[in-house]
Ligand binder design. Structure first.
Ligand SMILES: [Zn+2]
Length: 177
């Protein structure tokens, strides 16, 4: 949707991208290479290409082809939540719930951008109420690390959820096909 409103990629942007990410190796990109890439990447914005190449550089070994970039952009477009991470709301207007929701969308966007699979554990656990911090189904766990009974739990680093919630999800949904 907003992709159409973004300015089309220009020749000098393509040259800058290829040079910056050393897509053509240490030699500067040739005019022919710039032409090819400009042609292939038509319809994608410079910002999208930057984001895609940043990700590709960290996880792609070997020569990056235009198709790799387009693939990566397609994944990012399929998860437009990533764009919601721009500071659309001024800080004063951000409620705690919105901040938590934004963080969750951010996590989703990072997973999508990195091409990581979401852990099924987290998807299942978010659907049950947290027995520790009492976060409702669908809500992320709060930062509570000690409850009224004095039990201590730290949120799991990978999922951001309390371990007892993950356990609860495993025992309630573990046997369903
Ligand atoms: Zn919790």
């Amino acid at each position: 949707m907003s992709a159409e409103t973004q300015p089309p990629l220009t020749r000098s942007e393509v040259r800058a991208l290829l040079t910056h990410y050393r897509v053509t190796g240490h030699a500067p990109p040739t005019d022919a290479a710039v032409d090819t890439w400009l042609n292939e990447l038509r319809g994608h914005s410079a910002g999208e290409c930057h984001a895609a190449l940043t990700v590709l550089q960290t996880q792609h070994h070997g020569r990056i082809a235009p198709a790799d970039v387009i693939d990566r952009i397609r994944i990012a477009r399929a998860h437009p939540a990533g764009r919601a991470a721009v500071p659309a709301q001024r800080r004063s207007g951000i409620t705690r719930e919105r901040a938590v929701a934004a963080r969750d969308r951010g996590i989703d966007a990072v997973y999508a951008a990195m091409g990581w699979a979401r852990t099924p554990d987290r998807d299942a656990a978010i659907g049950v109420r947290c027995p520790f911090c009492k976060a409702n189904s669908g809500q992320a766990c709060g930062p509570l690390s000690r409850d009224r009974l004095g039990r201590r739990e730290r949120r799991d680093r990978l999922t951001g959820l309390h371990p007892s919630r993950l356990d609860a999800a495993r025992t309630t949904t573990g046997t369903t096909p």
